[in-house]
Design a protein around this ligand. Structure first.
Ligand SMILES: [Zn+2]
Length: 154
């Protein structure tokens, strides 16, 4: 899905929810879709305010669930207490697995089409229909452990 297509989807989803398409909400959308990396809600506050300083924290926290519900954003929970978000620019329902580097605080997402196959295979054997599944790998960074620094560490 291209950014213009995603923006259209966002507009129609807001309308569908009986919410107005405000410049603040659009600023949140633009800020989220401009991010190359995963971001937290608090980071999105800063990004969105850089576009429109009238964006309130409350609006961000109300808009995020709308964006995840409409599958525009993917919510990533790595068990750190804070949730991360990422635009679903590609196919919204694509199976992805996360590899989390605990040394560098970096989240990698890799496509994992086998996951869907595996989940449905083992579920079927049990007479069950899968609803959702996820694969998350926690990892150490070899470069960081070896050299004490990592080019990916921010
Ligand atoms: Zn690293």
């Amino acid at each position: 899905m291209s950014i213009p297509a995603a923006r259209e989807k966002f507009r129609s989803f807001l309308t569908q929810k009986g919410l107005r398409v405000t410049s603040q909400r659009l600023a949140i959308f633009e800020a989220a879709f401009a991010q190359p990396e995963h971001f937290t809600a608090e980071q999105l506050v800063d990004f969105a305010r850089a576009i429109d300083d009238s964006v309130s924290r409350a609006t961000i926290y109300r808009t995020l669930p709308i964006m995840t519900e409409s599958a525009l954003l993917r919510e990533v929970d790595i068990g750190s207490g804070e949730k991360f978000y990422r635009p679903n620019a590609g196919t919204p329902n694509a199976q992805v697995a996360q590899v989390v580097c605990v040394d560098c605080d970096k989240i990698f997402e890799i496509s994992a089409p086998f996951m869907e196959w595996y989940g449905s295979t083992v579920s079927t054997k049990l007479g069950l229909t899968p609803i959702s599944q996820r694969l998350q790998v926690s990892a150490h960074c070899d470069a960081f452990r070896r050299a004490g620094s990592c080019p990916r560490r921010t």
